[in-house]
Design a protein around this ligand. Structure first.
Ligand SMILES: [Zn+2]
Length: 238
């Protein structure tokens, strides 16, 4: 019986590993998807900032040309001042000059704003570039590891299944069926050690008589509350 219980414990470890491998088929692709999404997101932010910077530079060029031509216009108008003959002509010219000056002022204010925006974008873009490279490097490494893991799941499952059948053929059928039943009903551990004189699965206290029987190891003892198979483990059960 002691030997059967030890095999059950080995079986339980194998079944736990098999469960983890099955779960990894779900969560590894999820993790890979998240890493890819993160890389796409930073690349998208980088691209948006790059585009915005390019647009702002084009706008700056246009605005500079605009302000320059207004300044040319102003010079011409100021030269016309010399040839003024009437008060009426004078008033009209002054008002034209004032309008151009105002347009130049507005243009120069927008130029300053645009230059400030470009400087900010240039800082942002170098931050994004650094961050994108870091994320790219980190995530590529993790993706390689996860891909290797994913590729090896099938092989690992087959190895564990072989190990499992090597053990199950040696375990007496009634013990095996108790194990399978408890595992199905309870999920997870079907074999639990006694802990502080109670069932290690549901924590129900065990009578001294039951504990004696568990210690004797000559029959399969299950918890009368949760049905789990109970074992005595020195160092854990006392
Ligand atoms: Zn129990």
């Amino acid at each position: 019986m002691q030997e059967d219980l030890e095999m059950l414990l080995q079986l339980q470890v194998i079944d736990y590993d098999l469960g983890e491998l099955e779960r990894s088929k779900e969560y590894i692709p999820d993790m890979m998807e998240n890493l890819k999404r993160e890389m796409e997101e930073i690349a998208r932010q980088f691209e948006n900032t790059r585009q915005s910077l390019a647009d702002s530079r084009v706008a700056l060029k246009g605005l500079e040309l605009d302000v320059n031509s207004k300044q040319e216009e102003l010079k011409k108008l100021q030269n016309q001042m010399m040839a003024i003959k009437t008060n009426k002509e004078y008033d009209a010219l002054v008002s034209q000059i004032d309008n151009v000056k105002e347009a130049i002022n507005e243009g120069e204010t927008r130029l300053l704003e645009l230059i400030e925006k470009i400087e900010k974008l240039e800082l942002e873009i170098s931050d994004f570039e650094k961050k994108a490279k870091e994320i790219q490097d980190q995530n590529e490494k993790q993706l390689t590891i996860l891909k290797e893991k994913m590729d090896s799941v099938g092989t690992k499952v087959r190895m564990k299944e072989d190990e499992r059948s090597n053990i199950t053929v040696r375990i007496p059928r009634p013990i095996m069926s108790t194990y399978e039943r408890v595992r199905k009903n309870r999920g997870g551990a079907a074999v639990v050690p006694v802990r502080k004189r109670a069932c290690g699965g549901c924590y129900k206290a065990l009578s001294p008589h039951v504990i004696q029987e568990i210690k004797r190891h000559n029959q399969l003892i299950t918890c009368d509350n949760c049905g789990r198979i109970l074992i005595w483990q020195n160092g854990v059960s006392e």
